[in-house]
Structure formats: structure tokens, C-alpha cells
Design a protein around this ligand. Structure first.
Ligand code: SF4
Length: 57
């Protein structure tokens, strides 16, 4: 398993609740545990990744 897939799986298992609104990626993106070591590398939605790419210098 790649590091990316391992992080994605960990975040999904951490926060995803299928009874809550949004896909697992959206729920992970909305995570507010800023102190988590994985926060900065958590998976994001395609829309957010595109926005970051277009607004980066
Ligand atoms: S970044 Fe958020 S969802 Fe991912 S492991 Fe940390 S606390 Fe859980």
C-alpha cells in the first residue's frame, strides 16, 4: 500500500460517518483537528486541490 493510500485510509477510518452529510473525502477535508500530524497531508476534494493549484504562486 502506498503512503498516500495509507493516509487516506487512516483519515477515512478516523472521521467518516456514513450517516453524516458528504462523501468521506469531504468529511476528511472538513476535519478541524489542526494539531493532528496528518492534518496538512489529509486527502482533499478535487475542487479544493484545483483551487490550491490555481491560487499558488
Ligand atoms: S487529519 Fe483529521 S481525519 Fe485525518 S487522521 Fe487527523 S484527525 Fe483524523
Amino acid at each position: 500500500m502506498s503512503l498516500r493510500k495509507a493516509i487516506n485510509a487512516h483519515c477515512k477510518s478516523c472521521i467518516y460517518d456514513d450517516a453524516e452529510k458528504g462523501t468521506w473525502v469531504k468529511q476528511v477535508e472538513n476535519c478541524t483537528v489542526y494539531k493532528c500530524d496528518l492534518y496538512k497531508v489529509r486527502p482533499l476534494t478535487k475542487a479544493s486541490k484545483q483551487l490550491i493549484k490555481t491560487t499558488s504562486i
